[in-house]
Design a protein around this ligand. Structure first.
Ligand SMILES: [Zn+2]
Ligand SMILES: [Zn+2]
Ligand SMILES: [Zn+2]
Length: 185
């Protein structure tokens, strides 16, 4: 019920965001050199609008946790997030970090990267989607594939096999363009 409500609300913003993405292809380039401040600001802006529509409560500690995850295109373990929160004066109890991360994951603002036992901010919080991650084993950069083409292909293959998906989180490891460039002669 709640998920359905949130989906409906996502759809309201998806149109606006699609327009924004057309104007700004930077969303696709987590691995390429880009203006990361603008990249973070854009994601936070999408989050603010999503929060305003859905009535989610982005408390200061939840917001700070998201900002920490957004600082770099990397996944952070809960303990690293906790250390950062402590440094920023948000208390030093592990549940503080765990609860904030859980809130972000449950509401689609961050994803759990199981292979790394870590968390990454969602690159497209405005859009209902199954996350597909590219994880570079050379430099630890993590990029979420934009759009839903990859996951919807997998969804329809699973459906054809008569499989009902409950949860989908695709994680691919490999080399990002610059690490692959170093490996190649
Ligand atoms: Zn960025
Ligand atoms: Zn995502
Ligand atoms: Zn790399």
């Amino acid at each position: 019920m709640l998920a359905r409500q949130i989906l409906l609300r996502y759809n309201i913003t998806t149109r606006e965001l699609a327009q924004q993405q057309e104007q700004d292809p930077g969303l696709e380039h987590a691995f390429a050199a880009h203006d990361h401040d603008a990249c973070c600001a854009r994601t936070l802006d999408a989050v603010e609008r999503m929060v305003a529509y859905s009535g989610l409560r982005l408390t200061p500690v939840r917001r700070r946790t998201l900002e920490i995850l957004l600082e770099e295109h990397r996944a952070l373990g809960a303990y690293e997030v906790l250390e950062r929160l402590v440094r920023d004066g948000y208390g030093n109890q592990p549940p503080v970090a765990y609860r904030a991360l859980e809130f972000l994951v449950e509401n689609g603002l961050a994803h759990r990267i199981r292979q790394l036992n870590a968390f990454a901010a969602c690159a497209m919080p405005q859009e209902a989607h199954d996350p597909v991650f590219l994880i570079c084993s050379g430099c630890d950069l993590v990029a979420e594939l934009p759009g839903t083409a990859a996951s919807s292909g997998l969804r329809s293959s699973a459906m054809r096999a008569g499989f009902s998906i409950e949860n989908m989180n695709v994680e691919m490891t490999g080399l990002c363009p610059s690490c692959a460039g170093e490996v190649r002669p």
